[in-house]
Design a protein around this ligand. Structure first.
Ligand SMILES: [Ca+2]
Ligand SMILES: [Ca+2]
Ligand SMILES: [Ca+2]
Length: 400
């Protein structure tokens, strides 16, 4: 590392150097593959700088009423819910409300679908309106999301099987929604009836990382931007409370956070577990390998990656029906969550797993047992595995 970087990053690098030094001194410091919050490899100087600026805005910028917080809000920074960029705790759930049919969410005039349950002095926090259904979401890990943004619509559609033509009980459909006004789709996007394939969020209702970030600033923290100047409380357009550059830097940070690294691949139990994962068709939805298109970030460009998701919505049965719709996602539909980083998420969740959209599953095994709908056959095959096979499968999942 060096001199060149040292000159460039100055203070920031001295901090990093200090941390590296500490890692050497403390034997308990986590190894690279235990860490979630670093950048992908090979960023240029300019890219590293944007990553660092985004990192600071995401993790360290705490909003106060003077900086535009609220007036109604859920939390005061991105990092307070997405600590260390890992999977979050049910203490930091978001609540969204709406209605159970697909005619659209008729409560949007009440400051958007999200419940802003806190307010700055002098204002009243929101309450869930009478007649609305609501859902709770725990924060997902933010790692490796830049790879998802670069999967082509054609590749996503190739995994969809709306009429289950291969008869494996699994269909899978994209979340088709209308684009936010400021979102510019890539040239190879494949819209249908004026709607575009959305892929981020637990019901796949966010188009890209810009869309997700602008919504988070506005809906979670009450911070308006040039992209979305509408104040959630008054519904009036107001001056941006954060610069366009900062929003873009946070998006770049999310795009270039590295993907979790698999551990213990050479353990024979992990290798057997991986085979079982395919045999009982977990891989029917949790697709091991996807590929990206071109990107100015070398590490993200035209490469295969291993997230264990198909980015599609699946009917997960009545047990996981939350009575809430988003975009074209129905109440019982969820986007397959990536499984990379699963083994590390217990740490970011405080030593106890809180899996599935609202954190209700307290172990990996429980999460599997709660699968229904299109995943019923897979779940039942899991139940019939021998104790050894189950252990191998869980070991594999924990290696991710
Ligand atoms: Ca505000
Ligand atoms: Ca609201
Ligand atoms: Ca199928």
């Amino acid at each position: 590392m060096s001199t060149r970087l040292l000159l460039i990053f100055g203070f920031v690098l001295s901090l990093v150097t200090l941390m590296v030094a500490c890692q050497k001194i403390m034997p308990s410091a986590p190894a690279e593959d235990e860490l979630l919050d670093g950048p992908v490899e090979g960023l240029t100087y300019e890219q590293s700088q944007r990553f660092l600026l985004g990192d600071v805005a995401f993790n360290d910028e705490i909003f106060t009423p003077e900086k535009g917080l609220g007036p109604v809000f859920v939390a005061t920074s991105c990092g307070s819910c997405h600590a260390g960029d890992g999977k979050g705790h049910p203490f930091t759930t978001l609540t969204r409300f709406g209605q159970v049919d697909e005619t659209g969410n008729k409560f949007l005039h009440q400051g958007g679908p999200q419940l802003q349950n806190r307010a700055i002095p002098g204002y009243k926090p929101e309450q869930i309106p009478a007649g609305a259904t609501f859902s709770k979401f725990t924060p997902p890990a933010n790692t490796g999301l830049g790879f998802f943004e670069l999967v082509s619509d054609a590749d996503i559609l190739a995994m969809a099987d709306p009429n289950d033509e291969d008869n494996d009980g699994i269909s899978g459909v994209p979340n088709y929604s209308h684009l936010a006004a400021y979102v510019v789709p890539p040239a190879n996007a494949i819209p249908k009836d004026g709607k575009y394939i959305h892929r981020f969020g637990k019901k796949g209702a966010a188009y890209n990382l810009l869309h997700q970030t602008v919504n988070a600033y506005n809906q979670d923290i009450g911070i308006t931007s040039s992209y979305d100047p509408i104040d959630v409380y008054t519904h009036l357009a107001i001056d941006p409370e954060i610069s366009t550059q900062t929003v873009n830097d946070v998006v770049f940070y999310l795009q270039t956070l590295k993907a979790p690294i698999q551990r213990n691949q050479n353990d024979p139990a992990v290798q057997r577990g991986s085979l079982i994962f395919n045999q009982i068709n977990c891989a029917g939805c949790h697709k091991p390998t996807l590929k990206t298109g071109p990107s100015p970030v070398v590490a993200l460009s035209n490469t295969e990656f291993h997230p264990y998701t198909d980015l599609l919505l699946h009917d997960m049965g009545p047990g996981l029906d939350d009575g809430y719709t988003e975009g074209s996602a129905k109440t019982f539909e969820w986007r397959t969550p990536p499984l990379w980083g699963l083994g590390l998420s217990i740490n970011s969740q405080g030593g106890q797993y809180h899996l599935l959209h609202d954190g209700r599953a307290k172990s990996i095994e429980e999460a599997i047992q709660m699968h229904g709908g299109e995943a019923t056959a897979s779940r039942d095959k899991f139940a019939k595995l021998s104790a050894n096979d189950k252990n191998d499968l869980i070991k594999f999942l924990k290696s991710l």
